[in-house]
Design a binder for this molecule. Structure first.
Ligand code: NDP
Length: 407
């Protein structure tokens, strides 16, 4: 049994649907709010959350007349209360308030907090057995199979919101799960697709943030440049659809038009295509099991002319290879992969390490973790959170030597 519905067989829900958006002020949050804005009267907003963006959160809360808002950063709570004064909107602060927002009954929830911080709130939503559009890939990577098992147990319905996984989700409905032989997720290749290794090594933050096709939050844009994002997505696909590493291929496709493909036993390959706009997969999740109107530009293949594909280069983009290693290793290795990357990306943004050192820090942390005999199955959220915490400490302790090491 899967928590991702493999057939479109759920009855359509009539009337107003209640929704909560975790990470409402981010890039995915923004796209989600845009879709809600486009369907007045169809959705009622229960709760919205952010980390520290008080102005953005308060503006959304007032516009959508949310019942509850939560901000993670304790230092901003006073400001939030001031910004909502007289509105009658309840507000809360800290991780517990984000979890409360996720726990309030709704028909649908968008999980779009960035990073492992999204895990506990997403689990709170899972536990109430609701329908969750899951954008936060790190929480799957961090908790591994445990997250999906808990979703099955609670009767939660997980709708993949990430564009590649949403494509697989859509393509999968044209066959049966046991007829699937392989999935292919595409990668734009990021801004450094054609760059020489020496140039990738010393790429600047501004260069890493120039994604050729997608407009996204800062962390995921840097992850796209290192292809760590694709690595996270390989692990995400394995968790969502119960796939082995050998059943998941990555294909570099610079135009980002084909988002994902599923190969079935008869060798038919079913693909999902669309202009690169996150509002399309989010609209699919928001409307599911119906199709709702999406605002993305119409796909004009004649104008695009050519769709090209290349094999990924694991030597220039070692972060992708490390994801397969982590997946094969199991026992918390994917949690370590993600935790070390979060430390590495923050260090790169803070100009403490070069771009090329991001993957080296992840590699060193994974090796250190294995050598220390720390691998163990994850049986609970607390296990995953403890591994995440300890792996971050290990990555932070390895940071100075990785930063100092010339290539
Ligand atoms: P952003 O950085 O744009 O937004 C992140 C959101 O989470 C913001 O609302 C932010 O609040 C909030 N947040 C950050 N840290 C915390 C915290 N510790 N506690 C509570 N809230 C927090 O990220 P994206 O929207 O780009 O990505 C969100 C998730 O979706 C990520 O997991 C990403 O990998 C995934 N994803 C994103 C895609 C995209 O196109 N952007 C595509 C597919 C998946 P604040 O604004 O106050 O900082």
């Amino acid at each position: 049994m899967s928590a991702v519905p493999l057939k479109n067989d759920k009855p359509v829900q009539a009337g107003v649907r209640t929704v909560t958006v975790l990470g409402a002020t981010g890039s995915i949050g923004d796209s989600t709010m845009d879709l809600l804005r486009g369907a007045p009267g169809r959705y009622r907003v229960e709760a919205l959350t952010a980390n520290s963006n008080v102005a953005g959160l308060a503006k959304l809360a007032r516009e959508f007349d949310a019942r509850f808002v939560a901000i993670a950063d304790a230092a901003r709570f006073g400001e939030l209360k001031d910004a909502l004064a007289g509105s009658g909107i309840e507000c809360g602060v800290g991780e517990s308030a984000i979890i409360e927002a996720a726990s309030r009954p709704t028909d649908w929830l968008m999980a779009a907090v960035s990073g492992a911080a999204g895990l506990k709130p997403a689990l709170a939503a899972v536990d109430r057995g609701t329908t969750i559009a899951l954008a936060n890939k790190e929480c799957l990577v961090c908790a591994g199979d445990f997250f999906m098992q808990r979703a099955v147990k609670a009767g939660a319905c997980i709708l993949p919101a990430d564009s590649e996984h949403n494509a697989l989700f859509q393509a999968l409905s044209s066959g049966n799960r046991d007829e699937l032989t392989r999935v292919i997720i595409t990668a734009s290749g990021g801004p450094f697709r054609t760059w020489a290794p020496a140039d990738i090594e010393k790429a600047t933050l501004a260069q890493a943030l120039k994604h050729p096709n997608w407009s996204m939050g800062q962390k995921i844009t840097i992850d796209s440049a290192s292809m760590m994002n694709k690595g996270l997505e390989v692990i995400e696909a394995a968790c969502l659809f119960a796939l082995t590493p050998d059943e998941i291929d990555v294909l570099v496709h610079p135009q980002s038009i084909v988002h994902g493909m599923v190969e079935f036993s008869d060798r038919s390959v079913v693909a999902q295509l669309g202009t690169p706009d996150m509002r399309t997969p989010i609209a699919h999740c928001l409307g599911w099991p119906e199709r709702i109107a999406g605002p993305a530009a119409k796909l004009d293949l004649a104008k695009i002319g050519q769709l090209t594909f290349e094999a990924p280069d694991f030597a220039r983009f070692p972060a992708l290879r490390l994801a397969y290693d982590a997946l094969r290793t199991g026992n918390g290795a994917t949690t370590v992969y993600n935790a070390a990357n979060e430390i590495a990306v923050a260090a790169f943004i803070g100009e403490k390490i070069r771009f090329g050192a991001i993957a080296r820090l992840v590699d060193a942390t994974m090796n250190g973790w294995i050598r220390a005999g720390n691998l163990a199955p994850l049986g609970s959220a607390d296990d995953a959170i403890a591994v995440d915490h300890n792996a971050r400490n290990m990555a932070a302790s390895l940071l100075p030597q990785i930063a100092a090491k010339a290539t």
